[in-house]
Design a protein around this ligand. Sequence first.
Ligand code: MEV
Length: 440
Amino acid sequence: MEKISGFSKLNKEEKIDWLAKNLSKEDQADVLNISKFWHKDPETQKLFDEFSENTISNYYIPFGVAPNFSINNKIYTVPMVIEESSVVAASAKSAKFWLSRGGFKTKVISTTKKGQVHFLWKGDKQKLVDYFSIIKSQLLLVVKDIVANMEKRGGGIKDLCLVDKTDVLENYYQLDVAFETCNAMGANFINTVLEAMGQELKKCVTENTAFDPAHREIEIVMCILSNYTPECLVQAYVECPISELGEFAGGMSARDFAFRFERAVKIAKIDVNRAVTHNKGIYNGIDAVIMATGNDFRAIEACGHAYAARDGRYRGLSSCTIKDDIFRFELTVPLALGTVGGLTSLHPMSKISLKLLGHPDAKSLMEIVACVGLAQNFGALRSLVTTGIQQGHMKMHLLNILNQFDATESEIKAAKEYFKTTTVSHQAVRLFIERTRNLQ
Ligand code: MEV
């Protein structure tokens, strides 16, 4: 590609032409044809274009649903947006399994979010501590108008403290602010409050004649929410007597299954190789619902992985216990979600997702998402400790492989029949296609 300045000023067609001009003849056609993925309704397309910048088309990811989720005795069909085959099927299968065994139980533990004003100050620590206690009410007063609406909804600022970080970086302190943002994810609200507080702090310190002039200098490094939300936490679990687990593939007994499963969860707690994959499976479910509801999956994942390493070692997020013959599988996970504001109320598909879920508030959405994460983890572990993952996964993946070989409708039909009794692999599908085509 060539360098360009002013790319963002080009209109969509001009951007596409410029890109095409920079490509080889074979690749040009597809890029010029990228408009075939534009939405047929120009108003809807305009909406999508405006979510981001330099947009030239849309990138499609399937929107599926997993029915039969019993969550706190209420049945949900959960929307899931994910490109990986077998994830939605695994969630749906786990949901159905637990439907007849008491369903998923869940509760929100806490909903506090935080943000920090990071700043440097060179003076005497105790003087700053004393001064902070004098100006604390002033810092809260300056954001009174910004928080007024949130307070009307039952939220606002829960706490404000000064944190001494000079042990990790010279002269480094934070204003640490705790928030309740109700049904909003609250990023913009939190950042606006923090920036106003940062400015006021600078003003107060600069104008404080009680400090000697050298100590009136303060550097506000940045004001930003933290996506680490270990106090915005939800727990989900399933449990039943071992005998009710039933029999598993290959005639594996309920008891064998329960103990193999428990061991697999334990391994994820102690081995980082397994822990990362274990948690990836949990986020297969979590991210899919986060995407479907227009929430920020990068924030949720970043937080979840940091939480998984909160004791200094990265561990699996779920836990399994077997006590008095009761099998219990649990997930406690931080989820800072919103059901109002942001993309949730702008993206037409997020709006549909929230309708499918019965217009949940943020707490209910936290509960639903945690249950799907747990269901997904249950599904993956169930396969791993019984048949192995490939059997089910490759069955679901068959269509993707067939599409790679541009299989026709009749080839697909024949392949589905053939692979009912034969293990799916890339090689096996290739041979099947070659054989079928040679016979014609
Ligand atoms: C694949 O996307 C996810 C799994 O690897 C998760 C796991 O191993 O637990 C199946």
